[in-house]
Design a protein around this ligand. Structure first.
Ligand SMILES: [Zn+2]
Length: 730
């Protein structure tokens, strides 16, 4: 439950601006032949006073890109997104397999290629053992000849050793030897996943984050919940069913039998989907926090021998004072009822099917092709090249070591320090904002201040441990991966990570869990973790959004500054505010101030509910936290930049854009982070399910709430980008 800058939308592209900013003699701006709006004429006269602009390599590149993306025929006071991104949208052509192209998605692609290069390089004799293991694993994943030669034999043997897949064993399957609990335990020992009926994880207790708790959550399903609940006749579910049958036949099942038995297995999975709580409720911290001890858990759900089950699975004795947090009481009541009426054979068919489905990407080309066909029919995804499948698999299983390789290879040593400097600037602005805030009482304000001061930013860019050979070697000490067989490697790695997770139960909670935070280093994103009260901004994002000293700082504050501000604001959005300075779920809001917050958030809900795309409304409630954070982040970054200018003086303008003031460039540059073109289906998918608003409205919504924006562009009051009613919070 971590808020991120980009989640579903992998969007946004940027430019690599590396250059030496030089203050060059003034050149009078060329009169722009396009629409000469009044705001633009005003800019020109101001410009002549500044007398400077930057012609360095980086400045020229960044200017060219901004100019290419914008549509200067649009009035920025009418639609700033179109003004900043109009030509990007017009000139971007989505390729056959491309669902979305934007500033961020183009960077994400670049980072993906970097990850590929890392894992694909020849092994060096003197490199660290974890790095060698990654390369061996990737190599074995790419060795399709060997995969074909190995075939399905070892996997079938493994299924047999686990009691057998009933539909393969036919009449020979022995029901008396099966319980789902024993099976999950054997699955864990074997290195299979164990989240098919319920999920168990070790997590800090939401209300006392110094202590680790056992978190019991609903199952992960083989197809999205929203499809499964529609029932067997629903198109996606029907395709899933056919896919199951086809795979089992390749494993040697009789088609007739597979059709019958997998129908029951699917019905069971549909029932699991029906008792699951929907995603919007699953992210409600208060609703999913149901702590209890083992005795209470046993009383609440008596048909499952919890102590015995958990002792075995976690491989440690569950004590009375261990905290067990149940995410959904309804789910576990439903699960008890469902298990009691479902024959063991159906349960076993379902669990074995899920473990087979999870293995397909490591098995023969024929199986992978069937899976691909299914995914194309249901999700419209085109064939993923094998290298990508393998690189993704390496990253999924080896993310800490890959993070370490990535930092060593691609990250400039100044990146982290530069980022920390900006974090401090933004944090100062947040303090100022709290002090000048008029709607908070003093006590709540003080708690907010304490919380802001304690926001951890140590792992900005990357945890330092990633550069520590000893720590990395010792973390992977018990793992064995070779190039013999990709599936065995995957099992070893899965077991390794499950064991690591479960070992955290008796250890003190470490706020700075470098292993946890290192996993995202080579991913384009930024995060706020309410439980750690910490922000994380990945090294790859910093690197790619540019940390050059050679471009004007308005380019840096607008992109990186506003994203850091966004993450800090998440600590005080509608969800983040429910956690205190130590990351505990606790109410630190005085009643009156709380009411005012709720009033203010209503304004945001209404504002975004009113935006439509192709006649379909956005969901202001779903996107509330992100919208609050977008606006907060922008405001903080803008103010921080203004402070920077006070100390360092006015900055040069960019060639070809010399009519725009540095302040205007700040807005233009921020909007560019969001330039994005999506295909219609993806756009509506994001509109319905993504916690972030669509890119267009991330710009229009937050910019139009900010007076600084309309002042800088001299937007008349009442214009689209300067509405009379503005939503204000932080
Ligand atoms: Zn966010």
């Amino acid at each position: 439950m971590v808020s991120s800058f980009v989640a579903l939308a992998l969007s946004i592209i940027y430019l690599n601006h590396s250059c030496n900013a030089k203050n060059l003699p003034s050149i009078l701006p060329e009169k722009n032949g396009l629409v000469a709006n009044s705001w633009r004429l005003l800019q020109n006269s101001e410009y002549e006073k500044d007398n400077l602009f930057c012609l360095s390599n980086g400045c020229v590149k960044v200017a060219a890109s901004l100019i290419n993306n914008m549509d200067q025929s649009v009035d920025p006071c009418d639609d700033f997104y179109q003004f900043a991104c109009g030509n990007f949208i017009k000139n971007s052509i989505l390729e056959d397999n491309e669902k979305l192209r934007g500033t961020l998605s183009l960077i994400a692609k670049k980072i993906e290629n970097q990850r590929r290069m890392i894992v694909n390089e020849p092994i060096q004799p003197d490199e660290l053992r974890p790095f060698k293991m990654i390369k061996l694993q990737f190599k074995s994943c790419m060795d399709q000849e060997k995969i074909e030669k190995i075939g399905l034999g070892p996997m079938k043997e493994m299924l047999k050793s686990l009691g057998g897949w009933p539909l393969l064993e036919a009449e020979n399957w022995d029901e008396s030897k099966f319980t789902w609990m024993d099976s999950l335990n054997s699955f864990k020992e074997m290195g299979l996943k164990i989240n098919y009926l319920l999920k168990i994880s070790i997590t800090p207790d939401f209300k006392n984050r110094t202590k680790a708790a056992i978190f019991l959550d609903q199952a992960s399903l083989g197809l999205q919940n929203q499809h499964l609940v529609q029932g067997r006749d629903y198109r996606a579910v029907d395709k899933y069913y056919r896919y199951m049958v086809d795979i089992s036949v390749l494993f040697g099942a009789d088609r007739q039998r597979a059709t019958e038995e997998l129908r029951e297995s699917l019905d069971f999975e549909i029932e699991l989907a029906k008792i699951s709580i929907p995603p919007e409720e699953a992210s409600d911290y208060l609703k999913t926090y149901n702590p209890m001890n083992i005795t209470f858990l046993q009383q609440k759900f008596p048909s499952i021998p919890w102590q015995e089950f958990l002792n075995k699975l976690l491989n440690q004795f569950i004590r009375q004072d261990d905290i067990i947090i149940v995410s959904s009481l309804e789910y576990f009541s439903g699960l008890e009822a469902l298990l009691s009426k479902t024959p063991k054979r159906v349960q076993a068919n379902y669990m074995m099917w899920r473990s087979v489905d999870d293995a397909v990407k490591c098995l023969t080309g024929e199986l992978r092709q069937i899976k691909q066909t299914f995914e194309t029919l249901v999700f419209g995804t085109i064939e993923v090249p094998r290298w990508k499948e393998c690189a993704d698999l390496s990253f999924e299983l080896f993310n800490t070591a890959i993070g370490s390789m990535y930092v060593r290879r691609y990250i400039n040593e100044n990146t982290k320090n530069n980022a920390l400097e900006i974090v401090n600037d933004i944090r100062k602005e947040f303090y100022k904002m709290l002090l000048s805030n008029e709607w908070m009482d003093d006590e709540t304000r003080k708690s907010a201040m304490d919380k802001a001061k304690l926001i951890l930013a140590n792992d900005i860019a990357y945890p330092d441990e990633l550069l520590d050979d000893g720590k990395l070697n010792s973390y992977y000490e018990n793992l064995e991966v070779n190039d013999q067989d990709i599936y065995t490697s995957v099992l070893n790695l899965t077991k390794f990570s499950t064991d690591y997770e479960f070992s955290k139960l008796r250890k003190p909670v470490n706020k700075l869990d470098w292993v946890y935070n290192s996993g995202v280093v080579p991913v384009l994103n930024a995060f706020y973790n309410p439980q750690g009260n910490s922000i994380l901004f990945t090294a790859s994002m910093l690197q790619e959004l540019s940390f050059s000293n050679d471009v004007p700082r308005y380019m840096v504050y607008s992109s990186i500054g506003s994203i850091i501000g966004h993450e800090i604001t998440h600590g005080f959005d509608n969800s983040g505010r429910k956690f205190d300075m130590h990351g505990n779920l606790a109410n630190w809001w005085q009643e009156e101030t709380n009411k005012r917050f709720l009033e203010k958030e209503k304004c945001f809900i209404k504002q975004y509910d009113n935006y439509t795309i192709d006649g379909h409304k956005l969901n202001g409630t779903l996107t509330l936290g992100e919208n609050i954070s977008d606006m907060g982040g922008l405001k903080l970054a803008y103010n921080a930049y203004r402070e920077w200018v006070k100390v360092h003086g006015n900055e040069p303008r960019l060639p070809g854009l010399q009519e725009y003031t540095p302040q205007q460039m700040f807005w233009l540059s921020t909007a560019n982070v969001y330039c994005s073109k999506e295909d219609t289906a993806v756009m509506h998918f994001l509109r319905k399910y993504d916690g972030h608003s669509l890119s267009r409205f991330r710009v229009i919504g937050s910019f139009s709430n900010l007076k600084n924006f309309s002042d800088d562009f001299r937007c008349p009051l009442g214009s689209n980008m300067n509405p009379t009613n503005k939503c204000q919070l932080w």
